[in-house]
Design a protein around this ligand. Sequence first.
Ligand SMILES: [Cu+2]
Length: 164
Amino acid sequence: MLKSVQALQALLLAALLLPAGFATAHEYQAGELQIAHPWSQELPPNAPTVAAYFVIHNTGKNADRLLGVDSPISGKAELHEHVQQGDLMKMQQVPNVAIAPGATVTFAPMAYHVMLLELKDRSLLSDGKRFPLTLHFEKSGDVTVEVAVQKQAPAGSQEHMHAQ
Ligand SMILES: [Cu+2]
């Protein structure tokens, strides 16, 4: 009994010591898809594009597909991936992203990402703010998530300045 109390105290302490980013972790559900912690790196105010990231986990037995995204803060939103071209990593648009049953698909710097272009409203693009992003899935339908803008990339994602 004493041991488990100590373990619990250790856990609570660990939770308190986690970096601030963890406190804002948030999750959404669309059918059998879980969308974890949508976030975006705070960029200089004149940045022409903004990227958004999240992790999609398919808890179901059916494949699904992310067909597209949109946000009221941008005129255009695209799905991108990074590909190796010689020595360079380049990003390119993809028509959709398959989410196999049981799969976890990570949108992160240097991987799949949402690219917001033709930015209309930059008021929500600073550290600590959130902006809406709607994901359109083939089977699970539409789900609107709040993308947390943060200076620090969340733990577990690679540090990377998005190449234009
Ligand atoms: Cu991109």
